[in-house]
Design a binder for this molecule. Structure first.
Ligand code: ATR
Length: 301
């Protein structure tokens, strides 16, 4: 029940009406009996700084941030987590309030620290690790956009042995790989990372352990799009993850099943990025099963 002590979490984006996050988070909060509510906020780009200041004034506890604010919001935050900073995008904000009213009156500022995190890549890694460890594995990723960037940085800093990044536009893959190498070297990670065109996918998959497709191919309403790879390119020991979650069974997942490969559906990344955000805000373990059920319900699965 909402009362005078209810604390507020939320998600902001433009558009926002299609978000699945409130269903998942409110189910988790209810399960733990926490007096919180998670709400959607439609924030236009030109109102982003007002939204952050308004959130501080209103005592909002945490935000998820979605398109188009993930990068622009960073300049409004006090601290950025290392992975989020390498990715160059934030999807989670934690607001930490200093309740010292006297000092806040003195400098006429709201005493709150805002910390930015990116839990998207974490979501993908945890989804895969439900099925297999990624340690010392060879990972192949298709796509070189924002989603690929988040996944690639997290995967590459999680103990894998080798990463191949393939994209239709090769120069975009090359530039992401160069960026990955520079940033990872700065934190002492030195693994084999290579950029290729999509034509090299069959060869790269032949000795890969894990394949992640970050392109929007097959996403609703284009459900009949030809998958980026076909069953004959997969082997039985390969794990295939399509990050598209509408529909649940994309054309790529169908091909993976034909080849008897291990399959990780896209909604798992959405689930676990939310689980991590929940845990950052509330400082306690999230009820994964309940949140997963709520997410599947709202996705209509
Ligand atoms: P997101 O933020 O979801 O990653 P994005 O930044 O637009 O979205 O990136 C989409 C990625 O999917 C790009 O790497 C894009 O390839 P190009 O750089 O060559 O455009 C890739 N992509 C989209 N549609 C594709 C298709 N039909 N075939 C192959 N790659 C595709």
């Amino acid at each position: 029940m909402i009362d005078g002590k209810t604390k507020i979490l939320g998600v902001m984006g433009d558009p926002i009406e299609h978000t699945f996050s409130p269903a998942m988070h409110n189910a988790g909060l209810k399960e733990l009996g926490m007096n919180y509510i998670y709400l959607p906020f439609h924030v236009k780009p030109e109102r982003l700084s007002f939204a952050i200041d308004g959130a501080k004034a209103l005592g909002i506890q945490g935000f998820n941030v979605t398109i188009p604010h993930k990068t622009n919001v960073m300049k409004h935050l006090n601290q950025i987590d290392q992975v989020a900073s390498m990715i160059g995008a934030v999807n989670t904000i934690q607001f930490i309030y200093d309740e010292d009213i006297e000092s806040s009156n003195q400098d006429n500022e709201i005493n709150v620290t805002t910390k930015g995190f990116n839990t998207d890549g974490y979501g993908c890694v945890r989804a895969i690790e439900e099925k297999t460890s990624i340690k010392n594995k060879k990972v192949t990723i298709t796509g070189a956009g924002g989603a690929s960037r988040a996944v690639a940085f997290q995967i590459a800093s999680s103990g894998i042995e080798e990463l191949s990044l393939l994209n239709r536009n090769l120069s975009k893959a090359e530039s992401l790989v160069a960026d990955l190498k520079t940033n990872l070297a700065s934190i002492g990670i030195d693994i084999g990372i290579n950029a290729y065109g999509i034509d090299d996918l069959k060869r790269e998959l032949s000795d890969s352990d894990i394949f992640i497709d970050t392109t929007p191919i097959g996403m609703y309403p284009n459900v009949d799009d030809k998958a980026i790879a076909s069953a004959d390119m997969f082997h039985e020991d390969l794990l295939v993850n399509d990050i598209v979650y509408t529909p649940m069974e994309t054309s790529l997942i169908k091909e993976a099943k034909l080849a008897n490969a291990t399959v990780v559906p896209g909604y798992k990344m959405l689930l676990y990025q939310g689980i991590r955000s929940f845990e950052i805000w509330l400082g306690r373990e999230a009820p994964v099963d309940v949140m997963e059920k709520a997410l599947l319900d709202v996705l209509g699965i």
